[in-house]
Write a protein that binds this ligand. Structure first.
Ligand code: ADP
Length: 373
């Protein structure tokens, strides 16, 4: 039986382990919090720091393959493990490009992958010299996630809110739609594409509010999204699951925002909405089985359950009974003991043939279900 390790023990690791149960695989997980959402679901839990060379190397050297649920892992250890024959999904070379937003933007430029124009700013002084480039969006090169490390700079007066660290300054796009698309790539280079998703953002939290799948796109835009995303993953030259986030503007122009080389929030609905979920798919890739069927069973919507504003502490869920009484609604709680404002505590997937029904239920769930303390 193959021994496969996961670096990180959050909700992505948790859902990955739920899918692992169906396969002949011995699961190992490294994480420094023994109470993390995925910690008790693996065969072997290893306490360690995913950013430490020594911890990642010691963890990986007894394994056949490794995958990640977050980008902030020690890449040097992964490179050494890869050189010694451990399979890494995604490849460290691809992860290295993606982990640093400067490298990611330069990769798009070199490969002529459409993405907003940008300049690199190493510190605040370099940012201050770019007032002619505004309005723009300033993004930390390393360490940003879920909108943290991203700052819109509309005017010269707002430059003070920018980062005093290596970053990219991207031209602000007038976004008509944010779209995500997940592509699976196997070791032999074959690919399977999930239907694109409309991502609707909450302007206050700067977090995903809900998503709809399949995205409603004019055919021309749909083909552009698929072609750009497929080209991008081919150029990354790595097996794994890739979630590509894109912007479509009002003229139907499509630009890549960013890519995540792993299972992703924008694919959680695939657990119920597609014949093969993104989590099942990653096991097929890692274990060398044929790719699964990405066809949707029904259209879907997804609502993230995030910690309510003003509540920090041991979580209490409000509205679970009502939501669980709704038809074709699936609740996933991530098993986090404590809530805090904006923390991802779970998600709810809704299936329906009718878009009106999906939107109605999205609304209802957002007014019913809360994670409070
Ligand atoms: P993170 O990796 O933290 O999720 P993103 O790069 O996805 O950060 O940016 C977060 C959000 O900021 C995006 O979903 C989008 O709404 C907005 N955004 C990012 N880049 C741009 C841009 N160039 N123009 C306009 N809005 C942007």
């Amino acid at each position: 039986m193959k021994k496969v390790g996961i670096l990180g023990g959050g909700q992505l690791g948790r859902m990955l382990l739920q899918a692992a149960i169906n396969y002949p695989v011995e699961t190992h997980l490294m994480e420094n919090d023994p109470l993390a959402p995925a910690a008790h679901l693996c065969h072997h839990f290893c306490s360690g720091d995913i950013r430490s060379f020594d911890d990642v190397y010691a963890f990986g050297k007894e394994l056949d393959a490794l995958t990640i649920e977050i980008e902030s892992v020690n890449i040097e250890a992964l490179e050494k493990l890869e050189a010694e024959g451990v399979k890494i999904y995604p490849k460290p070379a691809a992860l290295k490009i993606i982990k640093n937003k400067i490298a990611q933007k330069e990769f798009y430029a070199v490969h002529e992958i459409p993405s907003s124009a940008f300049v690199v700013t190493k510190n605040k002084a370099e940012l201050e010299a770019q007032s002619h480039f505004l309005p723009a969006v300033h993004k930390l090169a390393m360490g940003g996630y879920d909108g943290k490390g991203v700052q819109v700079i509309g005017t010269a007066a707002e430059i003070e809110f920018g980062f005093d660290a290596p970053a990219v300054l991207e031209k602000k796009v007038i976004i008509h739609k944010e779209i995500a698309i997940i592509i699976a790539v196997s070791d032999d280079g074959s690919t399977a594409i999930y239907p694109p998703v409309d991502m609707v953002f909450d302007p206050h939290l700067n977090l995903l509010s809900h998503q709809l799948c399949p995205a409603e796109l004019p055919e021309k835009v749909f083909w552009k999204v698929e072609a750009i995303a497929l080209n991008l993953v081919r150029k990354l030259n790595s097996a794994g699951i890739f979630a590509i986030e894109l912007f479509a503007d009002a003229d139907g122009q499509v630009l890549v925002n960013e890519v995540a080389p792993r299972v992703h929030n924008s694919g959680h609905h695939s657990i119920e909405a597609n014949y093969c979920s993104q989590f099942d798919m990653l096991w097929r890739i890692i274990l060398g089985y044929p790719l699964g069927n990405t066809t949707p069973i029904l259209p879907a919507a997804l609502v993230n359950l995030v910690g309510s504003a003003g509540f920090t502490g041991p979580v209490k869920y409000e509205g679970l009974e009502e939501v669980l009484s709704m038809d074709n609604v699936f609740v996933h709680l991530y098993g986090k003991s404590d809530t805090k404002p904006g923390r991802k505590m779970g998600h709810v997937t809704i299936l329906s043939k009718e878009k009106q029904d999906l939107l109605h239920k999205v609304n209802k769930i957002k007014h019913l279900l809360f994670a409070k303390a």
